[in-house]
Design a protein around this ligand. Sequence first.
Ligand code: NAD
Length: 282
Amino acid sequence: MQFETIGIVGAGQMGAGIAQVCGAAGLSVVLNDVDPHALERGVERISANVERLVSKGKLAPNQAEDALACIEASPDASALTTCDIVIEAATENIRIKQQILRELDAVVRPDAIVATNTSSVSITQLAATLSDPSRFVGMHFFNPVPAMALVEIIRGMQTSDATFDTTVALAERLGKSAIQVKNVSGFVVNRILVPMINEAIFALQEGVASAEEIDAGMRLGANHPMGPLALADLIGLDTVLSIMEMIQRAFGDTKYRPATRLREMVDAGHLGRKTKRGFYSY
Ligand code: NAD
């Protein structure tokens, strides 16, 4: 299947980032959001990112203009009727996502692929909302989308080979590396990364070492570009906690229990960089 027109539902940090990389790859993009202000902010975010790339010499001014010209912002879901693929990147809430998929089912072409960027909702469960679940797939980008090389492509139980292969081809056209992942909680990256961060918090609460020493240990001893506690501050401690809870619920295994210190910090409103206080002060 050829793809030339991509629809993106949700113009937040992820939707805007996906729109930016699609525009840069020369695809026509329809960026949709129910909230006209969010749509405006999404377009402003893309323009600012693209300008930054031009000022750093990473993008020629004419390439920037071409990328921005490819992106049409529309608050109206009927603008998605021409799309070959629609990627849902709206708020992480199963009810909202199911409602969006029902609406998409009524407007997209019968041969269009529908993908979701969900971090935690079951692809199989979301697929069941569509009249043809074989055309549904998980396409999990990483934040910030223009900078991160990976996309996890997740098969639901119903995903067809053709849908899967086309989605991998799209990820490659966007300059990303795709890995195939089963529909299991946390997929691959969050399943490994977030329990590692949680373990670093256990080490801190047990007094094994200070935050600085734990982070230095993983930077210098495991060659991680950033220590796990600094990374937790960047992701947001509320997000780290909700992913741990989701993984623990899915597997029912106490090894995934969130560290008490993590819960306490979230209760205290010390969420990391976004509140200027987490394991470090900002
Ligand atoms: P966000 O809050 O920045 O943006 C969500 C957007 O969805 C908002 O602009 C909101 O107005 C819009 N929206 C809500 N209901 C809608 C509807 N019915 N129709 C159209 N738009 C609607 O969220 P985000 O961080 O961009 O996350 C979006 C998705 O990407 C989530 O599923 C999240 O789990 C996933 N994700 C996030 C990250 C991350 O680091 N933030 C990483 C990978 C995947």
